[in-house]
Design a binder for this molecule. Sequence first.
Ligand code: AMP
Ligand code: MG
Length: 425
Amino acid sequence: MTKPQVNKPSLNQIAADPSCMDDYDPNTMFVAQARQFIAQFLQPVTQTETVSVRMSLGRVLAANIVSPCNVPAHNNSAMDGFAFRFEDADKSLKIVGTAFAGRPFNGKIHADECIKIMTGGVIPSGADSVEMQEHVTLNSENITLNQQVKLGQHVRLAGEDLAENQTVLTLGNKMKPADLGLIASLGIGEVQVYRALKVASFSTGDELVSVGKPLETGQIYDSNRYTLFGMLSRLNVQISDLGNVADDPKLLEKTLLEAAQKNDVVITSGGVSVGEADYMKALLAKHGQVLFWKINMKPGRPLAYGKVGDSHYFGLPGNPVSAMVTFYQFVREALLTLQGATPKPLPIFMVECTEPIKKATGRTEFQRGVLFEENGIWKVKPLPNQGSGVLSSMSMANCFIVLDETVGSCKAGAMVNVQLLEGII
Ligand code: AMP
Ligand code: MG
């Protein structure tokens, strides 16, 4: 990620006087602009640790993985059948032995000879081709091939998956299940990853109650704590869940400062919208360099980003859907960068929308939708209640319908962009 340039105003200067930056209006930040803005202040962690292959799942590689060998190590058979010399294909071939996977035939194949070979068996010296057993005629000790063969058929070549000295995975790779297997296929048992990113989160609001306690009139259960926990867990960070904190300046100050001191990132929800008990804002002005934005998006308009000490700070809106949308659209990418990964753009697909959508141009909307199949074609239906407090819409949705600033109202049948909410496990 790019570091702040020398001639660019610092976060401190911008927080103190937003007008010091051209093209910067905290009240009309576009989604892409806010994302880029945050990116310039992100310094990935540099410390590393060595972990076992299993423990590396979801972690970020801190060094390239170079193959110490060929995979597969030897030419081997892709079929159960017979291995022979291509030049003898039209002759009667004497079966001189058998090769199993893991138990090679150690002799050499001479003219007019073959061996029986199982899938994964090493191709013996002299042989170069394999025919599957269904396509040969067996006459006691000999076989004849029933059809024309090609040189090298059904032979998996040494190094065709991974060649010796090939860079197999690069620094910055976030480890997936296939990567674990790939590393194991090289015989490597431990890898170097960046240390886990430490992320603290807490919810703010006098009305919030933790689950397990009874609700009084006007109170609500703290759901953001759980959605944030879920999203952070998926990112494989080290989570400090600090629960919910009442709108009490002393308590908020203590929690914020302790969290910032012990963590790389602090995320709060609630208390960053205009016109409410401004404790968080006053605290952040006192202890950090934090910018408050009204993003041109729906839901999730208010967002705060900055630093408190050395820790990055994200202030998410309190509304449950807004908190999730801003996390997905801004925090996710920032955390990946801080972990040492290189976030790639998420795939966006165009599909037909089955319902009309009312929308004004000038802002991005992330509507909750359900992708479904109709006569073999995937289409999207927006969920009926798009309120920013309606968390059930996030739960029912399997995608965002992303309507950017240039898009206005759409008729039923219009093509719209969608972004998937889940990957394959
Ligand atoms: P705020 O951003 O603090 O003004 O909160 C906006 C709305 O979100 C209010 O209706 C809050 O009650 C609600 N809210 C704030 N925090 C949470 C939370 N942690 N869980 C559920 N709802 C919340
Ligand atoms: Mg609040």
